[in-house]
Design a binder for this molecule. Structure first.
Ligand code: DGP
Length: 133
């Protein structure tokens, strides 16, 4: 993918603060950090989103997210972590190469990455369940 910024990072065409790399996965600091130690974990192959990504790659990404969360806890003294993925334009994905955000959290860090909207009362949970199973 010639125009993909993360493929360029993988190929070395764009510099990054690389923290981890193996045959499947690379991790580096996000260029626009929302917290101290905000990291992106990506597959080396170009997969657009979670729907396209093979299971073994997702498994590896998950393990790398944990490994880096522990490093942030130990070295940056973070006291929590949010691990976030946006898959699809309607989920607010902006770079269309799969990536997981590892966002270390700190006491009273002022960040708010959680749901606060009212539950949508019009959603019929039984009906949704019946469709899904
Ligand atoms: P998302 O909205 O989930 O698709 O997040 C994309 C993230 O990618 C955003 O936090 C900024 C980061 N990003 C975009 N371009 C670059 C880049 O060239 N280098 C690095 N390190 N991060 C980038």
């Amino acid at each position: 993918m010639d125009d993909c910024v993360f493929c360029k990072i993988i190929k070395g065409g764009i510099n990054s603060y690389s923290l981890y790399e193996d045959d499947l996965v690379k991790a580096f600091l996000d260029v626009n950090p929302v917290s101290k130690g905000h990291i992106l974990v990506i597959p080396k192959e170009h997969y657009e989103n979670i729907f396209e990504t093979p299971d073994n790659v997702l498994e590896k990404i998950s393990l790398v997210c944990k490994k880096l969360s522990l490093i942030c806890r130990d070295k940056l003294k973070s006291t929590g972590v949010n691990i976030l993925n946006a898959s699809g334009k309607d989920a607010q994905q902006s770079v269309f190469h799969l990536h997981y955000h590892v966002v270390p959290r700190y006491e009273k860090d002022g960040l708010d990455l959680w749901f606060h909207q009212e539950a949508k009362g019009e959603i019929d949970i039984q009906n949704v369940y019946d469709i899904l199973v």
